[in-house]
Write a protein that binds this ligand. Structure first.
Ligand code: DCP
Ligand code: MG
Length: 363
């Protein structure tokens, strides 16, 4: 491991989309601590705090060496007082008391457990926790009526909290691709999300589908879902239609993180080869998203992540370039026009950024 000399300082640009962030970091003990505080802030609905911790963690992920002394932090962007204190505690004591006490608090443990149920967000988990619900058994006996997503989430809780391997993702890809091509020959499908960034495991599998003839892709998802359902491959699914309309809304809408593509959020029933005594399949969360070819490059960029990298790209676009970026389009506010592209490389170039390959977007 390379260790940074005490006085040497790093020049680091402040937006995560201006830097390379590989999967393997030299500063895991710091980034894990800061990520836990970010997660806790998210569970408490403190978005601003959460982003501050995520940005600080991302800076340390991008450092080419391990931090061993607080003086090395001087001049680095995005490290607020709070994050610096956490890092210093870890340098000096090996651990941060704040992180330790957060991690072991009843509230954090319960909220993590409850939000681990597919379909349960921070707000619902918080409401349940305030009613004294801290375990799955207590939830089941509480008499709360669960929606269909939550019911499926609870039923497949164990499987859905097991990491999905790349091999499993590819096996599902093979099955889905066959069905997609049956429904619409010539379609193209890409594995996006964490796997495209080089991760070997994920919490779900994200696929993006398109067709070279614009418009042919409309309605594709419902046919694919029907066929998968007929084969008994979906344990749960929720399909939504495309609701994106250029020019109808403002700029590259939507400004929030949710895009408006035709999509299916589902729980896939994947057969597993190795014989297990109880069952020969496992449940896997799968997202199928369909984009028209004219928006495909934006969709691939928007679905590759990481979440912070995406957020930073949008922040760079709006704050530095006066542009609005979404998974659908890039809109130049000063010129009042959409910037068309067919590749991720071109999008970076429109944004005045060096191209960052997917495997270096692990901010
Ligand atoms: N995405 C986003 N905002 C959302 C949903 C998704 O920016 N609200 C983008 C960024 C994510 C990608 O889509 O990286 C896929 O979302 P996931 O939640 O599946 O995240 P990852 O695939 O990166 O992580 P994991 O490996 O845990 O699945
Ligand atoms: Mg994913």
């Amino acid at each position: 491991q390379v260790v940074l000399p005490d006085k040497e300082q790093f020049l680091m640009p402040s937006y995560a989309c201006q830097r390379l962030t590989p999967l393997e970091s030299h500063n895991n003990k710091f980034t894990e601590a800061l990520s836990l505080l970010a997660e806790n802030a998210e569970l408490n609905n403190e978005e601003g705090r959460a982003v501050a911790f995520r940005r600080a963690a991302a800076v340390l992920k991008a450092l080419p060496v391990m931090v061993t002394s607080a003086t090395q932090l001087r001049g680095l962007p995005c490290l607020g007082e709070h994050s610096q204190r956490v890092i210093k505690d870890i340098i000096e004591n090996g651990v941060s008391n704040e992180v330790e006490s957060t991690m072991h608090s009843e509230r954090f443990k319960a909220l993590k457990l409850l939000t681990g149920i597919f379909g349960v967000g921070a707000k619902t988990a918080d409401r349940w926790f305030k009613e004294g619900i801290q375990s799955l058994t207590q939830l089941v006996h509480s008499g709360h009526e669960l929606n269909p997503a939550q019911q499926a989430g609870l039923e497949h809780y164990h499987d859905l909290n097991q990491p999905v391997t790349k091999a499993e993702a590819e096996a599902i890809g093979d099955i889905v691709r066959r069905v997609v091509l049956d429904v619409l020959p010539g379609s193209e499908m890409t594995l996006t999300g964490g796997f495209r960034r080089g991760k070997m495991t994920g919490h779900d599998v994200d696929f993006l589908i398109t067709h070279p003839d614009e418009g042919k892709e409309t309605g594709l998802i419902s046919k694919v879902v029907s066929l998968l359902t007929a084969q008994g491959l979906l344990l749960y699914q929720k399909t939504t239609r495309n609701s994106y309309m250029e020019n109808k809304g403002r700029l590259a809408q939507p400004s929030s993180t949710m895009d408006r593509f035709e999509r299916c959020f589902c729980i896939f029933k994947l057969e597993i080869k190795e014989m297990r005594p109880d069952k020969d399949w496992r449940a896997v969360r799968v997202d199928l998203v369909v984009a028209p070819i004219s928006q495909y490059a934006f969709a691939v960029l928007g679905w590759t992540g990481s979440k912070l990298f995406e957020r930073e790209l949008r922040r760079w676009a709006s704050q530095v370039k006066s542009m609005s970026l979404s998974s659908h389009a890039l809109f130049d506010i000063k010129q009042c026009k959409y910037l068309r592209t067919t590749s991720e490389e071109e999008i970076f170039s429109h944004l005045g950024l060096e191209f960052i390959p997917p495997t270096e977007r692990n901010a």
